[in-house]
Structure formats: structure tokens, C-alpha cells
Design a protein around this ligand. Structure first.
Ligand SMILES: [Zn+2]
Length: 246
């Protein structure tokens, strides 16, 4: 049957979750690489979109959140690959299933966050030797940063949130990981050990849109109460053997 073939060769969209999130800077934020080659140049450590608005790439957020999820799962005695050691993910573990890895596309897609202001600030920076990564004496650079108190907003799309027994397990896995990140690392970008990049991720809104909604032109879908999904991720991890037999 032709229809059956279609159904197996294309991923079926049942439901899509749209999470509106914001990132609030609690200290100077620098995300880009080290560009300046001579003293007196401005090192551009702020990534901007085509309109000059600073952005936090979704891939940066995904990187830190994924690491946190890996860490949490391993702490609970579950298998989770290390994305750096496996050259992009094993493609078999729960973390790869959620965030992508190996040949898996992943269900959680984090889009870039855009700053609500174009304003950046210039700070004195110490020159870093490219090879040794050590500070070079007397070589000062100006570095561009996003100062504290700036809000970035973006969206996360989660396809087909059901996993195990929970209808919204994937959403709860994301929300739980964000809480874990805020409580533990709470920083993104380069030089986080020197007080750069402290942030707080806020979840502003969660909505669901079904295939029928898309058909009917209801692209906004409906809001989801986050209290209703609480515990689904924990429940799933327990079925996977998290925390032993307690
Ligand atoms: Zn993996």
C-alpha cells in the first residue's frame, strides 16, 4: 500500500511543542572566538545576526544543556555518551535521542536567541597567546561584550513530545535540564571561569500545536500548563533504571 510506505518513510507529526525562552545575562557575556591579531584592535566576542543584533546561537545553548543532561543521567547510573568523546554522539543513548547525535536528528531543536537591544560594551582585555592560550604581558585588547542585564529571547521546538508513558516526557526533560543548568553551571560562552557568561534561562511560555491545528490554520495552538508535565521525565528515567531499586 502506497500510504503505508509514506507513513514509514516520513516521520509523522503528531504534536509540536513550542517553548518561548529567554536568557538573561548576569555578567558580561562573550561567545565568539578570539579575533584580534594586534594590540589596539577590538576583539569581537559578540555574535550578531545580519541586522547587527547580538545573538546566542542555539547550538551554544544546546551544547551546555546537553552536557548537563549527560552529567545528570550518568550520575543516576544511566548510560549517556559524551558528545565530545564520541565525535558528535553515539546515536543510541537517550541524550542522543533527545538532542540528536550520530545519525539521529533529535527531537529538541533550540533556535538562536536574539538580544532585545543592539547595545554592547567595550572592555579591556588581556591579550592571549594563540598557541599557549596564556596571557601575554603588556598586550591589551579591547573586547566587545554583551553587558549584564540584557535579555535574549528565542524558541525551542520539540517534535512529538511523547516518550515512554508520558505524553510530554520530552518537554519535561528539557524543562528539568534547564532548571538543573540554572542551579549548577549557569554560564555559557568562553571564559566562564573568569566570571564571564553567567546567565539565567527563563521559560516564558509553552504551547502545543497538533497536525490538525496546522490543517485548520491554528498555528498558535494552545498553552500547556507546565505543572501538568512535571514528573514525566523522572518517571521515564526510573523505568530506565535510574537511581537503582530504591
Ligand atoms: Zn549518545
Amino acid at each position: 500500500m502506497a500510504d503505508e510506505k509514506l507513513a514509514t518513510s516520513f516521520e509523522k507529526l503528531e504534536k509540536r511543542i513550542i517553548v518561548s525562552y529567554s536568557v538573561e545575562t548576569l555578567s558580561d557575556l562573550r561567545i565568539g572566538g578570539h579575533d584580534a591579531t594586534a594590540p589596539g584592535e577590538v576583539d569581537k566576542l559578540v555574535i550578531k545576526d545580519g541586522k547587527g543584533v547580538p545573538i546566542i546561537p542555539g547550538s551554544s545553548l544546546k551544547g551546555v544543556l546537553r552536557s548537563e543532561m549527560e552529567r545528570l543521567l550518568r550520575s543516576l547510573g544511566l548510560k549517556a555518551c559524551n558528545v565530545h568523546e564520541t565525535n558528535g554522539g553515539c546515536g543510541k543513548c537517550t541524550v542522543c535521542y533527545l538532542f540528536g547525535g550520530g545519525r539521529l536528528a533529535g527531537s529538541i531543536r533550540i533556535r538562536d536567541a536574539r538580544a532585545e537591544t543592539r547595545k554592547t560594551q567595550i572592555r579591556d582585555g588581556v591579550g592571549i597567546d594563540r598557541k599557549t592560550r596564556k596571557a601575554m604581558d603588556g598586550r591589551k585588547y579591547d573586547i566587545e561584550v554583551v553587558p549584564r542585564g540584557v535579555r535574549f529571547t528565542g524558541k525551542v521546538v520539540i517534535e512529538n513530545p511523547r516518550l515512554g508513558d508520558g505524553d510530554y516526557t520530552k518537554l519535561d526533560s528539557f524543562l528539568t535540564t534547564v532548571r538543573f543548568f540554572n542551579e549548577t553551571v549557569g554560564a555559557i560562552g568562553g571564559a566562564t571561569t573568569r566570571g564571564f557568561g553567567e546567565v539565567k534561562i527563563n521559560i516564558d511560555e509553552t504551547r502545543e500545536v497538533t497536525a490538525v491545528d496546522y490543517l485548520e490554520g491554528n498555528f498558535e495552538g494552545r498553552p500547556i500548563d507546565r505543572d501538568d508535565v512535571k514528573g514525566q521525565w523522572r518517571g521515564y528515567l526510573k523505568t530506565q533504571g535510574a537511581g537503582g531499586d530504591r
